[in-house]
Design a protein around this ligand. Sequence first.
Ligand SMILES: Cc1cc2nc3c(=O)[nH]c(=O)nc-3n(C[C@H](O)[C@H](O)[C@H](O)COP(=O)(O)O)c2cc1C
Length: 158
Amino acid sequence: MKTLILFTTRHGCTAKAAGMLQSRMGQGADTINLMTDSVPALSEYETVILGGSIYYGGIQKQMTEFIKKEQSQLASKRIGLFLCAAEPGEKALKELEEAFPEFLRARAKAADVFGNELDYSKLSLPEKLVFRAVKGKRRRGDGLSSDKINKFAAKMLG
Ligand SMILES: Cc1cc2nc3c(=O)[nH]c(=O)nc-3n(C[C@H](O)[C@H](O)[C@H](O)COP(=O)(O)O)c2cc1C
């Protein structure tokens, strides 16, 4: 039962989350960065986990385009969905709902927002301005939730 974790990221938080998830999924989980790696044949995988991060309210367009292109194959997989995002609680769940289409959310064994991490010093100037507007004087994200990632992996394996 092979698992493919496919992610998009701008500053690396989602790559880290995908790695944490991979280590909890056991043998046979491959991790692919949709923005830089070539994607293996989906037919080799029974489970596909999709993850991205939210900027200005939306997920990376590479993820949206991939889902559109592979819609028919994805519709027959076991699915997991996750985000890295700074918004808390209800707002984060709303972002999750808007990031992934209904046909995937309906199939998902697990779907969650794992939290956020950002190194302020690595942001572009416009990003810094937005980050400060959202986070005030804080210079880092709130961190990724190991607990949420553990629970997500347990649901996917169950
Ligand atoms: C310019 C900018 C805009 C952002 N916009 C949002 C947003 O609309 N909603 C949200 O929940 N998080 C937002 N974030 C937080 C990121 O989603 C979060 O830091 C995430 O961990 C980044 O993941 P990545 O490094 O994988 O791209 C924003 C961050 C920056 C710097």
